[in-house]
Write a protein that binds this ligand. Structure first.
Ligand SMILES: Cc1cc2nc3c(=O)[nH]c(=O)nc-3n(C[C@H](O)[C@H](O)[C@H](O)COP(=O)(O)OP(=O)(O)OC[C@H]3O[C@@H](n4cnc5c(N)ncnc54)[C@H](O)[C@@H]3O)c2cc1C
Length: 553
């Protein structure tokens, strides 16, 4: 294992097995959030995760001969069958994943965790697994929120998690073309640190950036907080190296090509069902010389949405752009508290009661990164559009406050779960013309379903990814857990999924399909589309060892 891979497994940034981030970064639920939830009728009920040694997992069932064959490929120190490794690779990091883990349920644990060192070892593992009919689950950062790491577990077939942590090298950097070869197992911070040594940056910062990996970004078509400016991860991918059960595949030999359909698109978003991405050649940019973050208040969500549409249509997108709806503006739960300040601060006042705040305007964050003159020019142009449209500039701290706390939400979720309070997100996207109906439909579905279960839901939303033709909607739900939080959320998610399809949105803008969104995939891509995916699966993975049931049923 390289020193980085080693540090990933032993360093102090390693997350707790039942939640997000290292234990040292965990904080109790801020009093202001507690107070706000109490006012909303969402009761706290302290709930600790069970101790690690009380987690229940099925007996490991990898045959000795298969274990030895795997050890011959990757080295015996890189095949783990001990409980903690299996628990840590059990599933992803959705709230229902965490609820099951915290309750001691690791029923989806793989039988072994295998850590290959390079592309050839991945190929050899896939060949062996095809021969022995072992299920292989490619594992990046383990941050999936759609059941992407929990494939079908056929009774007679062992399951191996293929952890790509050791594929963590920065390869060739082509400064002239602005590209870099990035190992699939590199986590976000490490990838940026390695690129920074060359004065370069990828600029892909999803909220899961601390733990998610380059291969995972590509396999799920991830979108980051700065994707409005830099583009989604799939737009940053120039080339891919993929190990499949039937051989190696390299894609992307020129910046653009007319040599038939772009087959990179078949691998982007393939969620480990077609092959294992071992390396990504990505577009990189010079490290930004200037960064500006600003906070705004717009009269209401509808006005803010129209302003964003004007910016996008005029090709005036900031690098970062996030418009909160009235509830998210006031609830502020999706944003961390200002240091020493109230959790519910809106920028235009603080400690506001949720209901009062619904007429108090909506919070908008804009951010700009790049060369100094270009950034300042863009910020001024955007400000012109916003001010003309009725926006009001907030105090100078509002933008930097958001930036400082941009990765805190999953820590806040752990603190909420510690108090027995449910918090989860879902996302979609639609064209500008359909966005208001999509917003209203999903919101009503979530409130209707969770409200009927008497769980006092607070449903918040923001727009954070802009396109010339539309935008994404990102919903955060906070509610009481009740007696069956997993069942209640499944019902709410089903209602929301149906509402998304009815309103013409996509079932997922950036979280991917996994098992959770699979029921709506046919409606989105059509039966013929599903058949095409099945045909690709049969060609690349004839023994069906890769993530069975994920993406392709
Ligand atoms: C708190 C939180 C915040 C999040 N915020 C965002 C966000 O802002 N934007 C966003 O886009 N997503 C977000 N996500 C979702 C998740 O982080 C992304 O889907 C991410 O891209 C997954 O990367 P990963 O390395 O963790 O992949 P994993 O979770 O390990 O895997 C995801 C899927 O891809 C497959 N896979 C992983 N690596 C490879 C590989 N090298 N080759 C082939 N298949 C592979 C897996 O088998 C699985 O099906 C968030 C998740 C959490 C928990």
């Amino acid at each position: 294992m390289t020193s980085t891979g080693q540090a990933r497994r032993t360093g102090s940034t390693e997350p707790v097995w039942w939640g997000w981030g290292p234990a040292s970064a965990h904080e109790p639920l801020p009093d202001e959030v507690r107070g706000l939830l109490a006012r909303l009728g969402i009761p706290a009920r302290p709930t600790a995760p069970v101790p690690l040694d009380q987690v229940r997992l099925p007996p490991a069932r990898l045959p000795v001969a298969a274990r030895e064959a795997l050890a011959t490929i990757v080295g015996s120190g890189h095949v783990h069958t001990h409980d903690e490794a299996r628990i840590r690779h059990c599933r992803g990091r959705s709230t229902t994943d965490l609820l099951r883990l915290r309750a001691g349920d690791a029923g989806a644990a793989p039988d072994a965790v295998v850590l290959p060192a390079d592309h050839d070892e991945v190929l050899a593992v896939l060949r062996l697994a095809s021969r022995e009919r072992i299920v292989v689950v490619p594992f990046g950062g383990g941050t999936s929120v759609v059941g992407g790491l929990e494939p079908a577990r056929p009774a007679e077939r062992p399951v191996v998690a293929l952890d790509l942590a050791r594929l963590d090298a920065l390869g060739r950097v082509d400064r002239e073309s602005g590209t870099a070869e990035l190992g699939a197992g590199l986590r976000g911070p490490r990838a940026e640190a390695l690129l920074a040594e060359h004065g370069l940056s990828l600029g892909h910062v999803p909220q899961s950036w601390e733990y998610a990996t380059i291969g995972g970004f590509a396999a799920t078509r991830s979108s980051g907080q700065a994707s409005a400016g830099y583009g989604r991860f799939d737009e940053l991918v120039v080339g891919l190296r993929v190990a499949t059960p039937v051989g190696s595949w390299e894609l992307g030999r020129a910046p653009a090509s007319a040599a038939g359909p772009d087959l990179r698109e078949l691998l982007l978003g393939s969620e480990g069902a077609f092959g294992v991405i071992t390396q990504v050649v990505a577009r990189v940019r010079p490290l930004p010389a200037r960064r500006i973050f600003e906070g705004w208040s717009v009269p209401d969500f509808a006005t803010g949405t129209r302003l964003l549409r004007t910016l996008a249509a005029g090709d005036l997108r900031p690098t970062v752009c996030r418009l909160s709806d009235e509830t998210e503006t006031v609830g502020g739960l999706a944003r961390p508290p200002r240091p020493g300040g109230p959790a519910a601060a809106t920028g235009s006042g603080s400690g506001t009661d949720l209901a009062d705040g619904l007429t108090g305007g909506c919070h908008l964050v804009t951010g700009y990164e790049g060369a100094a003159p270009a950034v300042e020019r863009r910020a001024a142009e955007v400000a012109g559009v916003l001010l003309a449209g009725g926006a009001r500039r907030l105090d100078a701290a509002a933008g930097p406050d958001w930036e400082r706390g941009r990765f805190r939400a999953p820590y806040l979720r752990d603190a909420l779960l510690d108090q027995g309070i449910f918090a989860e997100t879902l996302e979609t996207a639609g064209f500008w013309a359909t966005l208001p109906a999509l917003y209203a439909g999903v919101r009503a579905a979530l409130i209707g379903s969770l409200g009927a279960a008497q769980l006092s839901p607070v449903v918040m939303c923001h727009i954070s990814h802009l396109y010339a033709t539309g935008a994404s909607l990102y919903f955060t739900v906070v509610c009481a857990q009740g007696v069956d939080p997993i069942g209640s959320w499944r019902a709410a998610k089903t209602a929301a999924g149906d509402a998304i399809v009815a309103a013409g949105g996509t079932i997922t803008h950036h979280h991917a399909v996994g098992t959770e969104h699979r029921p709506w995939l046919d409606a989105e891509i059509g039966g013929l589309g599903v058949d095409v995916l099945r045909a690709v699966k049969r060609t690349l993975d004839p023994a069906g060892i890769l993530n069975p049931g994920i993406l392709v049923a």
